[in-house]
Design a protein. Structure first.
Length: 268
């Protein structure tokens, strides 16, 4: 195995990684999800990466390219430094100057988080437009792409886990619960009531937001979802048509293909 791409998405809650062999028809080889630790050192990152590759029986020497997207600025140089040392090549960084093939209609394009652009590119490439990509991460984000492939903007909502933690910190009589389907919408226990509010409340919020977005677009835009709780919310949502659990990693692969170094073209 050679010419392997490692895609890394550094988020506020998790670091997601995917390994692709870009020569294959189905290039997705493996994936991992780690907790984001802002105090993590470069040595710790290197140890974790080596262990993951060893467990997956993939040699680090097979990795020819790395692409990184980060919404946690302090961690980016750490991961960049580790990848450069471990894979003997500096990674491609998603940021200003990278070719996306997607016009950004934000008033200030630099304000858009790289993960949102990556999701938008992947959603449009995989399903066409108009489309709304909903990402259930630290924040719940809505990213809208027009019929002709322009990034229009979207909305940002507090994530489910953030909302839960805020509630439990402020309300001493409430306790942490699993986000699961309750026995009924009208909860008859505190756990059922919390689960009802979180699950059906967020599903209703998503349906309402997507309905308003479609009304503003004047088109019946498709809606796809990604993120840790996407599948659970999708089962209760009327507008989510498909769950793409690896949307961001696929988007990183697509962006790498659009920006592939000339040395790769010469050997393709």
């Amino acid at each position: 195995m050679e010419n392997v791409l490692l895609a890394i998405d550094i988020g506020n809650t998790n670091v997601s990684m995917g390994v692709f062999d870009w020569r294959e028809e189905d290039p997705f080889l493996d994936h991992w999800r780690l907790s984001t630790r802002r105090e993590q050192t470069s040595d710790e990152v290197a140890v974790v990466l080596r262990a993951l590759f060893e467990a997956a029986e993939i040699s680090t020497q097979d990795v020819s390219d790395v692409i990184i997207s980060s919404t946690v600025p302090p961690l980016l140089p750490i991961w960049e430094r580790v990848c450069t040392k471990l894979f003997s090549r500096p990674p491609m960084i998603v940021g200003p100057g990278i070719r996306t093939g997607m016009p950004v209609r934000y008033e200030n394009p630099r304000e858009v988080g790289p993960d949102r652009i990556v999701n938008a590119v992947a959603a449009f490439e995989l399903h066409g437009g108009p489309i709304v990509a909903v990402d259930f991460g630290t924040a719940t984000t809505f990213d809208c792409v027009s019929e002709d492939g322009a990034y229009l903007g979207g909305a940002i909502f507090p994530g489910i886990h953030i909302s839960m933690e805020a509630l439990f910190e402020r309300a001493s009589m409430l306790h942490r619960i699993e986000v699961a389907r309750p026995r009924s919408v009208i909860g008859r226990t505190t756990t059922d009531s919390l689960q009802s509010g979180l699950l059906y409340g967020y599903a209703g919020m998503v349906d309402s937001m997507v309905g308003r977005i479609r009304g503003e677009l004047g088109q019946e835009a498709r809606c796809i979802a990604t993120g840790g709780l996407a599948q659970r919310i999708a089962t209760e949502s009327e507008c989510i048509e498909r769950v793409e659990p690896f949307l961001t990693l696929e988007g990183l692969r697509i962006l790498f293909e659009k920006n592939r170094p000339e040395r790769k073209e010469a050997t393709a």
